[in-house]
Structures are given as structure tokens and as C-alpha cells.
Design a protein around this ligand. Structure first.
Ligand SMILES: Cc1ncc(COP(=O)(O)O)c(C=O)c1O
Length: 405
């Protein structure tokens, strides 16, 4: 017999599907309205500045996330989080299987406040004070500022002209005793997605020298069409033996304020290492856990729309650069919403972002913050409206004209 409960379930499914069919709204407010945001990306600059700096998106949040957060506030549910709950672990494992081709062992997921704290505390467990941790430069700037909080020394490895890791540099760092490689995969600031052969070679070298790979995979879910991101723990046995993934919903779903990230392992030795970290879940945010679960469970459609918009924005950026700033060179990113632009051809010196801000009123990532190879570069965040992308390039071009005068 057809039960009332079954009929309610069907009604619910139909209404959920209808809700999902509503077009995802990624409208970005104008600059004045964006400046009302309290976050550093916009509030750090004067009201006339177009900000394309910090890696966060200008789009409205995913509706399932907004709804889950509103419900939590309506329940006055703002207490402390538990360790990674079965439901959070299940949500992430399903998301990883569905979207990233990654089979995650739900028992090997630990909650931490954010990716950087996860990396710092893992470095503290892996390396004795004064020992070395390596990473590729240009790099996400907090690798320079935060990893030393673990008492470690830093070793920089270069990227080859095609953006891949310099394997001779990796060998040299490992031979000199590096205890771990922090590997941003996909890479920030270049947005490059690493190939399987490169990942395998890195894993072999690190496993052979008993060095750990801390795979910072926060941008993985933002891989754009045409590229295939391979999660570190899917690379090879060697990668699983020597590797730990640190990831979060915060980049793909724009939740940096909420403080919830995940450390994931796939090998007992790696799991033991994670267990030696101090328990960090008390420092994570419950709203971050709630939002992450909603995002992993119900955020696919929003994320698909965001990826489509980012792809269109990346292409628009290419056209605008070719048209207005042909001297600027770049490799269009395969993931993320960050464009690493080589502006050396413009003759603006080592830190062109200063000229663009001063004369063009557009704020961009300052190349040297990403390490010495960043001289002459800027990082442009294109997770915004097409109008703002074009405005950013127009402002950059106008500042060149102003500088010429
Ligand atoms: C490569 C990379 N790692 C880590 C982070 C920061 O992550 P969290 O805010 O979780 O520390 C970012 C933020 O942009 C990033 O690009």
C-alpha cells in the first residue's frame, strides 16, 4: 500500500528538484555595495578601488549554505563543534567520490579550523625545530609567514617555465634534509593542475627519502573544464604512504570566515602522524561545519554554475588582455579563479601592483609577496562579474597610459 510517508517523500523530492531547477543567481553587486562587505578583500581599500586581491569570490553564497546557516541562527545553535562528525565525514566522502573521483575513508578525516593551521601543526609534528620544510615558489604568501610558526626553516623550490615543479630542485631539497614538501595542488598563484606523471614522480622521490607530502588541495574542487585534478591520495601507493591531504569547502564555496577544514589520510602511518597533532577541532567553527555539510551535500548545482562563470570570465580576461594589454603574458589557469600575470613587458618595475593601485585604482596581488620569482607579476582574482573583470583590465590599461604621460 502507498503510505502517507511515501507520498510525503515523493512530494518532498519533487519540490527539491523544482527548487534546484531555479537558475543559480551569481549577480555581483556594484563596487559601492561590495565596499560594504566587512571582509578584508574590499574593506582594506578606498571606496573607489576595484579589489581583485584576496582569494574569495564576489558571488552570492550557495542557497543551500545560506539556508543551513539561517536555520542554525534561528535555532541559536552557535556552540562549539564536535570532532568531525559521521555526517560531515560522510558528506565530504560523497562529495569527493561524486566530484573529484576520490575514494575517501571516512574514518580518516579530522576536523581542523583551516588549511593553514592544519599545515602548520602537521609541520610541527613532522619536523624538529630548525629542520626544513620545502615548497614551490611562487607560492601562497602565508607559506612564508605561517609555516615558520612550527619552528621550521623554509626551502624554496622553483617552477620550470611550464609551471611544473623543478624536480632537480626537489631532489636538492630532499638531499639537504627537507622533512616535508608542502604541495599546493592545484597550484596557487598559477592555477596549474598537476599531471599524474608529475605527481607520481614527486611521490616516489618523497617516499624514497621518507619525507612527507602535505598536499594543500583547497582549490581542487575549482578545477575548470579541460583539466583533470588528481587528488593526492589517489596518485599511487607511494603517495598514500607519504602523504596527507588538507582541504576545505571554504575556497570552492566561499566560506573562509567560518573556519572548518579537513585533514585526510589513507594510510595507517599517516593517520598515526595526524593523531600526534594536538586536537584542533575545538578551534574550528560550528557554522563552518554546518555550512560545509550543506555545501558538500547540496551545493553541486551552485558549484557547476560558478565553474561555468569562472570559465567564461577566464576567457573574457584573455580577450581583454590581448586587446588592451598585449605586453602582459600569462598561462590561463586550469583551476582556481586566480590569474598570474607577468607584467614585466610593461616596464613597471618589480612591483607593478603598486602602479595599478596608485594610478588605476585596481587592487591586485603583489607579485613579490609570492616570493622572488613573483617580481614583475600581479595576481588577479576573476571570481566576480564579467563587468568587473573588464573594468579591472581597463583600469590596468588606463594606469599605463597615465604613467606614460
Ligand atoms: C593554496 C592555499 N592554501 C591555503 C589557503 C588558505 O586556506 P585557509 O583559509 O583554510 O587557511 C589558501 C587561500 O587562498 C590557498 O590558496
Amino acid at each position: 500500500m502507498f503510505s502517507l510517508a511515501a507520498s510525503r517523500r515523493i512530494e518532498q523530492t519533487v519540490s527539491e528538484k523544482l527548487q534546484r531547477a531555479v537558475t543559480i543567481d551569481l549577480t555581483v553587486a556594484d563596487i559601492d555595495a561590495m565596499h560594504e562587505r566587512a571582509g578584508a578583500k574590499w574593506s582594506a581599500y578606498d571606496a573607489d578601488v576595484l579589489s581583485a586581491t584576496i582569494a574569495e569570490m564576489d558571488f552570492p553564497l550557495a542557497p543551500p549554505v545560506t539556508e543551513a546557516l539561517r536555520e542554525a541562527i534561528d535555532r541559536s545553535d552557535l556552540g562549539y563543534p564536535k570532532p568531525a562528525t559521521p555526517s560531515l565525514r560522510r558528506s565530504f566522502a560523497r562529495f569527493a567520490a561524486r566530484r573529484l573521483n576520490w575514494t575517501v575513508d571516512e574514518e580518516q578525516i579530522v576536523l581542523v579550523p583551516d588549511v593553514m593551521i592544519g599545515l602548520v601543526e602537521l609541520c610541527r609534528v613532522i619536523a624538529a625545530p630548525g629542520e626544513t620544510v620545502a615548497f614551490a615558489t611562487p607560492c601562497y604568501p602565508p607559506f612564508f609567514s605561517m609555516l615558520p610558526e612550527a619552528g621550521v626553516k623554509l626551502s624554496e623550490i622553483g617552477l620550470l617555465p611550464d609551471g611544473s615543479l623543478d624536480m632537480d630542485g626537489l631532489d636538492a631539497a630532499l638531499d639537504a634534509g627537507a622533512r616535508a614538501l608542502v604541495l599546493a595542488s592545484p597550484h596557487n598563484p598559477t592555477g596549474r593542475v598537476l599531471r599524474l606523471s608529475e605527481l607520481e614522480a614527486i611521490a616516489e622521490r618523497c617516499a624514497e627519502r621518507e619525507a612527507w607530502v602535505l598536499a594543500d588541495e583547497i582549490h581542487g574542487a575549482l578545477t575548470l573544464p579541460g583539466a583533470t585534478y588528481i587528488p593526492w591520495l589517489e596518485v599511487s601507493d607511494a603517495a598514500r604512504r607519504c602523504g596527507i591531504s588538507v582541504t576545505s569547502a571554504s575556497k570552492a564555496f566561499n566560506l573562509a570566515a567560518l573556519k572548518a577544514a579537513l585533514v585526510v589520510t589513507a594510510d595507517p602511518a599517516a593517520r598515526d602522524l595526524v593523531e600526534r597533532m594536538p586536537s584542533l577541532h575545538e578551534h574550528a567553527g560550528l557554522l563552518g561545519v554546518i555550512a560545509a555539510e550543506a555545501a558538500f551535500d547540496d551545493g553541486d548545482e551552485w558549484l557547476d554554475a560558478v565553474i561555468a562563470q569562472l570559465t567564461a570570465n577566464r576567457d573574457l580576461l584573455g580577450r581583454d588582455l590581448a586587446d588592451k594589454l598585449p605586453e602582459v603574458t600569462w598561462g590561463p589557469p586550469q583551476a582556481t579563479y586566480l590569474a598570474w600575470l607577468d607584467c614585466s613587458g610593461l616596464g613597471l618595475g618589480a612591483e607593478p601592483a603598486e602602479v595599478f593601485l596608485r594610478s588605476g585604482r585596481v587592487a591586485l596581488g603583489r607579485g613579490l609577496d609570492y616570493g622572488a620569482p613573483g617580481a614583475g607579476h600581479v595576481r588577479l582574482n576573476f571570481a566576480t562579474s564579467p563587468a568587473h573583470v573588464s573594468d579591472a583590465i581597463a583600469r590596468m590599461a588606463a594606469s599605463i597610459r597615465a604613467t606614460d604621460i
